[in-house]
Every structure is written in C-alpha cells, then in structure tokens.
Write a protein that binds this ligand. Structure first.
Ligand code: ATP
Length: 465
C-alpha cells in the first residue's frame, strides 16, 4: 500500500511535524513550506544517501558547493536570461493566471470541477513568455532597477558546476570521465506552484554533471538512467510507482540530445493512469553546450566569439590522443523535496489493530528514518525505570539516532513512533530492573522480543542495516 493521495501526506506532515505551511501566522506565502524537526532529518538523510552513494562510494565524482548568487553573465551565457521561461496565459473571466502547458494540474478558480482553461466561461489570452528567475540587486544601490547591480537567485545548481569545471579538474587531477556533484537550494518564480512540496518557488536540488568523451555519452547516459532507478528502489520506492519517460524531440531543451525523466505516481487518485505520474527527476545528455557557452574561445558560424566576457577556456586536453575538445555532459538532476514526498507516499501504510482501529505506519527504510530507536519507560513515575531508559538512550545514541519519550501511555507512544517511521521501540518495564532485559518492538510487524541489555546495541544495529 502507499498513500491514496498527496492530501493524506499533507495532514500527516503537519500533524507530526514533518512539514508546515511557511509564514502561516501571516496567512502563508504562495506555496512555501517549512520543514519541522522530522522533516529536516528526513531531508538530510535523503541528501546523505545520495551523497554517499555518488560521491563517496564511487571513485569518479567530486563534491562542490557553489554560490547561490553568481555574476549575472553566468545566466546570460547559460541561456537562462533569454530562454528560461514558461508560457503564461491569463483568463479574462476568472482572472486566473496559469502556465499554458500545466493547465491540467490546476482547477479553474471559478469552477472548481473544471481544469483551468476548460470552464464554461474561460477566456484565455494569447500565451506570453514569463522568465522564472528571481531578480535581486547586489550591494548598496540607488535604484532597485539599477542594471549594473542586477543579479539572480540561481534557478538550478548546475551552472555553478560548469563554471568551476577547470578549478575542479586542475585541483583534483582528474581525467575523463568524471563527475561533479552538488546539493543546494534553487529558486524559480513558478507561475502555478502547488501540490504541496511538489512544485514550490524555493526548493532543493541534487545535481551531478558527469563529463565524458562525446562517443561515450550515450552509454553513460543509459547507465545513469538505470542506476538512478536502483537508487530510488534502495530508498524503498516501489517499482510499480516509478516510470521512465523519454522526452520527445519537441520537448527536448535546445541543448539536449536525449532526456529521460523518472516519474513517480504522485497522483494515484486520478482516473487516467498516465496522468497519475509526474516528474521526480530528469537525466539529460547536454552534449558540450555548457562548457562551450562559458568558454572564451568558441566562435559562431560567422567567426564571432560566442562569449566575449569569459576569461577561461573550459576545454579538455587529452594526453593520450593529444587532442583538445569540450567534454559532453550527462546530468542526473533530482529534487530533494519531490524525493521526500515520494518516499513518504510510498512508505505510507495503514494497519488495523486488535480493537479494530486503523493505525498509520510509515514504513521508511531505516537509513531514512528520522529516528531509528525510541526508548520508552513503561512507568514514568518510577525513577529506576526512567533512569535505566535514559541510560540506554545515551548508550545507543552514538551508533544510531535514539530518543527518549515518556509523554504518554505505551500504546500512544508506539502509535506515534509508527506514524513517524521509527523502526524500533525499546521499552523498559519493572522486570527490566530484575532481569536486565528490555522489550524490542518492531514497527512493521508489531512483534515484541525480549532482549538482554548487553546484546541490545548489536541486536538493533544488525536489524537497522
Ligand atoms: P518541471 O517540468 O516539473 O517544471 P523541470 O523539468 O523544469 O521540472 P529540472 O529543471 O529538470 O525540472 O529540475 C530537476 C529537478 O528539480 C526536477 O526533476 C524536480 O525534482 C526538481 N524541481 C524542479 N522545479 C521544481 C519546483 N518548482 N519545485 C520543486 N522541485 C522542483
């Protein structure tokens, strides 16, 4: 089982402290969200998993953390100033403003049962291009529209990688093929944000640019498409809720040779099976577009330099063939927030207890669970039990994130830990004081085992791994 719709996750996320609406006490701010104590742990665990899997476990990828605000020229030569826009339409009847290619994702403000643009009275304007980059000014300026101080919040992390290609190459002494990975915030002034954390104006990306010889690009591209599906499986996402989508010639970005999106079933409630899926990540073969675009040497057909502002050439010299060329780039780009949503939706299950009550269990993989173990005292008014429980918490903590909780009766505490995905609860009771053993309860099966304290850490560690 997985969550029947995103709404189920929205209410769980708010109730249990994963995600809250941002600026809520002032009425919110157009689809912005804040991550609470459990949400920030879950997001961190997703990022750690990605980083370990790509940067640490492979031998061919370097990490990077570049600035959010860069010189404006970066976005001029990357093409974002002129082409990073969405087609925008207004409705003369309902006064709504929509993204033309996503009309099916929003309903008409006047006629909730109809999609935007398909209501009885809808009257859409011609589409015009709306640039998605957030503008700001750098330094003390006299006027807000001072062009010389204009800068943007990055709409993707990728460009920070391309402009550092030579720095990383020279300091790491890498040879092709190799990659550079980065995790960080990105900002897009989306026309129609929505569907909880699926589409927001501020979000987080995990991007990797893998530089290779042009002739190797197609098979490396395919390898990453396969590898990333495996990574999502390793996070506990089931294969039936993932799907590949090959972008058509018309959909491809101007620089891309081939792009495959990995889709997740974010909208299981929709009748049309095809519309249940939407993008979780994209994996593109960007050819040599980016490195060339930021280099001072390349010329256009008329012999004019395409970049008159760069003072670096980002080509690569191949010692073996004594040739210089611009590497091709394979880019797997994942959204942290969409991954978090997919992970929560897929882990969502319901189970009926012996009193015929429905309980929610979030069956997160232990690697992702915000809390691995909760130590619970059966009687919080018995100092010996409390002290033994707190002691156990301290002993386990260095090896696994452990919390102590005595804020309710044992049934309530178990239910709460199930709902936030904690794989194991450890209960200290009166007998524990005599036999030095505790009860270990499994989140998914609700089975309980009596384990001696001397074996507890090893017992839990084995099961968590
Ligand atoms: P979409 O078509 O949904 O607008 P995109 O194709 O423009 O997405 P990319 O530029 O390929 O997205 O960005 C890579 C990843 O970053 C996406 O697959 C998604 O996971 C994430 N992402 C992009 N835009 C947003 C957003 N507004 N909110 C949350 N995540 C986003």
């Amino acid at each position: 089982m997985s969550a029947p719709n995103i709404e189920t996750i929205v209410s769980l996320a708010k109730r249990r402290g994963f995600v809250f609406p941002a600026s809520e006490i002032y009425g919110g701010l157009g689809s912005s969200w804040d991550y609470g104590s459990l949400g920030v742990e879950l997001a961190n665990n997703i990022k750690k998993s990605w980083w370990r899997w790509l940067v640490h476990e492979r031998d061919d990828i370097e990490g990077l953390d570049s600035s959010i605000i860069q010189n404006r020229q970066v976005w001029k030569y990357s093409g974002h100033e002129t082409t990073f826009s969405d087609p925008l339409v207004d409705c003369r009847a309902c006064k709504g403003r929509f993204r033309l290619d996503k009309l099916q994702d929003v309903s008409c403000p006047k006629e909730q049962s109809a999609n935007a643009g398909s209501g009885k009275e809808c009257d859409l304007t011609e589409a015009r291009e709306f640039n998605l980059m957030f503008r700001t000014t750098v330094g003390a300026v006299s006027a807000e529209d001072d062009e010389s101080a204009l800068a943007y919040l990055r709409p993707e992390t990728a460009q920070g990688i391309f402009i550092n290609f030579a720095n990383v190459l020279n300091t790491s002494r890498r040879k092709l093929p190799f990659g550079i990975a980065q995790i960080g915030k990105a900002f897009r002034n989306e026309v129609t944000p929505g569907n909880f954390i699926f589409r927001t104006r501020e979000f987080e990306q995990m991007e990797m640019e893998y530089f290779c010889r042009p002739e190797d690009a197609p098979h490396i591209h395919q390898e990453f498409i396969d590898a990333f599906q495996e990574w999502f499986y390793s996070l506990g996402i089931s294969a039936e809720n993932l799907k590949l989508y090959e972008q058509t010639k018309e959909e491809l970005a101007h620089y891309a040779e081939r792009t495959v999106d990995i889709l997740y079933r974010f909208f299981p409630e929709r009748d049309d099976e095809e519309k249940q899926f939407d993008e979780l990540m994209g994996i593109a073969n960007r050819k040599d577009f980016d490195l060339k675009a930021h280099s001072k040497k390349p010329e256009d057909r008329e012999g004019k330099r395409i970049n008159t502002d760069s003072n670096e050439d980002l080509s690569y010299f191949d010692e073996a063939t004594k040739q210089r060329f611009y590497p091709y780039v394979i880019e797997p780009a994942v959204g942290v927030n969409r991954t978090l949503l997919a992970v929560l939706m897929d882990a969502y299950t319901e189970k009926t207890n012996d009193k015929n009550e429905t309980r929610v269990i979030i069956k997160l993989k232990p690697e992702l669970a915000p809390i691995k173990v909760a130590v619970l005292p059966l009687a919080k008014n018995k100092p010996e039990i409390v002290s033994m429980a707190k002691d156990l918490k301290r002993q386990l903590l260095p090896a696994m994130r452990t919390v102590y909780d005595d804020t309710g009766g044992i049934g309530k505490l178990y239910a709460r830990q199930d709902e936030i995905g904690t794989p194991f609860c450890v209960t200290v009771d009166h007998e524990s004081l005599e036999d030095n053993a505790v009860t270990v309860r499994n989140r998914d099966t609700w089975e309980q085992e009596r384990i001696n304290v001397s074996e507890l850490k090893e017992h839990l560690q084995k099961r968590l791994n």
